[in-house]
Design a protein around this ligand. Structure first.
Ligand code: URA
Length: 434
C-alpha cells in the first residue's frame, strides 16, 4: 500500500477501506508516514467528507493506537459522560456524585483542559490535597468500594488522535464533523465505559455555533459509539449563556456543592437531571428517564449525593471540610461589582466573552504549561430574560491582580445586551439523539 494512492483516492472522493485506514493510522503513529502526506489527506477529507463506515473505522483505529482501559474488574455497567465544552460547565461535579449515590459505578477519566477555566481535574484540586494521579488499582478499588473515582487521563490514551489533532490545528482541518466526532469518540472508547452520555453544546460559548451542526456532530458520535458496541445517548444543550452563574474554578466548585445542597441554579440542575437520568437508564438502574429523574432528585433531598461527594474527596486525599465551610477554599484578594449602565431585559450574555473575562483574570490556560489561578473568576447575577435596572449589580469579578482586574472589567463591557421588550428564557435541552 502507498500513502500517495490513498491520498489520491480520497481526493477523488472515493471511500477508504478499513485496511487502508489502519495502514494510515499505524504508519502515522510510527512516524513512517510524514506530516505533509497526512495533511494532504486531512484536507481531502475536509472537502470530500467520510462515510459513516470510514468515520467508525478511523475512530477505532485511533482508539486502538494506545492503551484501551480495561474496566472489567469493576462490578456493574460503567457509564461515562462527556461534554463538548462550554462556559461554566461544572456538570460532572454535580452529576457524578448524584449518579454514584444511586449505585451506578462512575469510573471517570478527566482532562485538565485548555481554555477559559480548568477542566474537572483542576476544579477538583480546589479541595486542598485532592489528588487525581491515582494508579489503576486504586481507581478500580475506589469505584468498587464507593462507586466513584475521578482520575487524570493516562499518558497513552489514543496517541494517534493527539498527533492528528495537533496537525489539524495547524492545517485548518479541525472543523470537520467526522474528524471531530472521531477525535472525541476515540478517547471515549479507549476509556472503557459500557455506556456513554454525550452533552453536545450549541451556542456562542460552544464549539458548535448552530443547532444543525450540533445535531450532525451528536448523530455522528452516537453512530460511532453504537458501531463500537456501546450504549449511547446524546443531549444537545444550550450554551447561549453561561451554565449556572459561576465561571472560574473554586467558584464553580462552590456552585456545584450548592446544587447538591438543593440551592443550585435551575439551568444547571435541569441539565444534570437530564444527563444523569440517561446515565441511570443506560446503567439499567431505572426503567425510564422519568423514574431515573425522581431517583436523582431524591439523592439531593436525602443528602446522599452530597455525602457521596464527601466520600469522593476523602478517598482521593482532599480536605472535605470545604464542602461544609467554604472558607477552606482559597479566596481571591479583590472583589469588584459590575453595575449595569443600561436598563431592560437581558437579551444576551455572550458566553464566549464571559470565558474571556475569566481567562484574563488568570482562571484558564493558554498553553499546556500554564498554571491556573483557582480562586479567580466571575459570578453573573442576571441571566437571559431577567429585568435589570440602571445601577443593578449584574456581576462580581474575583481577582488577585489589579491590572488583570482592570482589563477584565473593560472586557466585561462586551458581555451583556439588553432589550426593551420582554425576552423568553433560553430552553436548556434542545434535542436528544438515541
Ligand atoms: N475536541 C476534541 O477532542 N477533538 C476535536 O477534534 C475537537 C474537539
Amino acid at each position: 500500500m502507498r500513502m500517495y494512492d490513498l491520498i489520491l483516492k480520497k481526493r477523488n472522493a472515493k471511500e477508504l477501506t478499513k485496511e487502508e485506514i489502519d495502514f494510515i493510522i499505524d504508519g502515522y503513529v510510527k512516524g513512517e508516514i510524514p506530516d505533509y502526506q497526512v495533511s494532504a489527506l486531512l484536507m481531502a477529507i475536509y472537502f470530500n467528507g467520510m462515510t459513516d463506515e470510514e468515520t467508525l473505522n478511523l475512530t477505532m483505529a485511533m482508539a486502538h493506537s494506545g492503551d484501551m482501559l480495561d474496566l472489567s474488574a469493576i462490578n456493574g455497567i460503567k457509564v461515562d459522560k462527556h461534554s463538548t465544552g462550554g462556559v461554566g460547565d461544572k456538570t460532572t461535579l454535580v452529576l457524578a456524585p448524584m449518579v454514584a449515590a444511586l449505585g451506578v459505578p462512575v469510573a471517570k477519566m478527566s482532562g485538565r483542559g485548555l481554555g477559559h477555566t480548568g477542566g474537572t481535574i483542576d476544579k477538583l484540586e480546589s479541595f486542598e490535597g485532592f489528588t487525581t494521579a491515582i494508579d489503576e488499582e486504586t481507581f478500580i478499588k475506589n469505584v468498587n468500594d464507593i462507586k466513584i473515582a475521578i482520575a487524570s487521563q493516562t499518558g497513552n490514551l489514543a496517541p494517534a488522535d493527539k498527533k492528528l489533532y495537533a496537525l489539524r490545528d495547524v492545517t485548518a482541518t479541525v472543523d470537520n464533523i467526522s474528524l471531530i466526532a472521531g477525535s472525541i469518540m476515540s478517547k471515549k472508547l479507549a476509556s472503557g465505559a459500557d455506556g456513554i452520555v454525550l452533552d453536545v453544546k450549541v451556542g456562542s460559548g460552544a464549539f458548535m455555533k448552530t443547532f444543525e451542526d450540533a445535531n450532525k456532530l451528536a448523530t455522528a458520535m452516537v453512530n460511532i459509539g453504537k458501531g463500537a458496541g456501546r450504549a449511547m445517548v446524546a443531549v444537545i444543550s444550550n450554551m447561549d449563556e453561561p451554565l449556572g452563574n459561576a465561571v472560574g474554578n473554586n467558584l464553580e466548585v462552590i456552585e456545584a456543592i450548592e446544587t447538591l445542597k438543593g440551592r443550585g441554579p435551575k439551568d444547571l440542575l435541569e441539565l444534570c437531571l437530564c444527563l444523569g437520568s440517561h446515565m441511570v437508564v443506560l446503567a439499567k438502574k431505572a426503567e425510564n428517564v422519568a423514574k431515573a429523574r425522581e431517583m436523582l432528585i431524591s439523592t439531593i433531598e436525602d443528602g446522599s449525593a452530597l455525602k457521596k461527594l464527601e466520600e469522593l474527596v476523602k478517598s482521593q486525599n482532599g480536605d472535605a471540610r470545604a464542602i461544609y465551610d467554604y472558607t477552606y477554599f482559597k479566596k481571591a484578594a479583590y472583589e469588584k461589582e459590575i453595575k449595569s449602565e443600561a436598563e431592560g431585559y437581558v437579551a444576551k450574555i455572550v458566553s464566549e466573552e464571559v470565558g474571556n473575562v475569566a481567562m484574563i483574570l488568570g482562571g484558564g490556560r493558554t498553553c499546556k504549561e500554564s498554571t491556573i489561578d483557582l480562586s479567580v473568576g466571575v459570578i453573573i447575577h442576571k441571566k437571559v430574560s431577567d429585568y435589570v435596572a440602571k445601577g443593578d449589580v449584574i456581576a462580581t469579578l474575583y481577582a488577585n491582580d489589579e491590572e488583570k482586574l482592570d482589563a477584565a472589567v473593560k472586557r466585561f463591557e462586551r458581555v451583556y445586551a439588553y432589550s426593551a421588550d420582554k425576552v423568553e428564557k433560553n430552553e436548556m435541552i434542545m434535542g436528544e439523539i438515541h
